[in-house]
Design a protein around this ligand. Sequence first.
Ligand code: ADP
Ligand code: MG
Length: 287
Amino acid sequence: ATPTSIMVGTGKAAENGILFKGGEHLEGTHQLQAIVLDKTGTITKGKPEVTDFSGDEETLQLLASAEKGSEHPLAEAIVTYATENEIDFVDVDDFSAIPGHGIEATISGKHILVGNRKLMQKHQIVLEDSEEKLVDYETNGKTAMLIAIDGKLRGIVAVADTIKETAPEAIKHLKELGIEVIMLTGDNERTAQAIAKQVGIDQVIAQVLPEEKSDKVKEIQSQGKKVAMVGDGVNDAPALVTADIGIAIGTGTEVAIEAADITILGGELLLIPKAIKISHATIRNIR
Ligand code: ADP
Ligand code: MG
């Protein structure tokens, strides 16, 4: 009856929008003890919007033009904001993304930096009295980015992303199933804590560089725990592979879906506890 039960289990899951890549992952799902969730696009909708901008018009023009070269959701928010404010975009001569830090660009001879404190420190930009403002944004769950032009701080832009409506309920169900829930993000500690609080997560690993995400999963595994990683981004792919079970958000990138063992349609987080319940019912039938 074993293969039949597995077929029934994965079939039931599929009907609910939970796509298992193979029946063997039902067993792995049954054994899970901890779940690591990416923040942006997994717990949040991944559609951030600019809430605050301080700086002059030239700063906004250079900021938005530079961000046009980035595929990051933060960049999209800034480009949308500038478009709404009828800013004319200018040609970018040189652009590079610095993972976990921000971006760097050259526009008509001017050197532009947009990103977090780490990026500004690397370039020895003096932050003057902006720390208080940053803390205020971050405490409210916003992601704040600093803008420097030719070595001088010229502005701050803050964006907010909203949590998925069903996220708190999904986290609650996971905890009821006895699963440890952890948030993993490249964003700063304060913003991460504010979002975690909104959804009921009490373990946060923040300021993690993209290439470090998979190491964090390994650390939890080294405590003897079976771990699932849930993510949507290209950055999450190595961690999805490392985890005992990788779960991709159906609305996420193709790369994440490729790397995962399970895909949840529509990015509905309630499907994660649902998948665990189905795995329990299936494995119980086998034994
Ligand atoms: P996550 O996707 O988990 O939020 P990332 O590693 O992509 O984290 O980014 C970490 C931080 O790097 C962001 O919170 C932001 O401060 C900075 N950053 C990344 N991309 C950009 C960008 N295009 N423009 C400005 N800052 C950025
Ligand atoms: Mg993400």
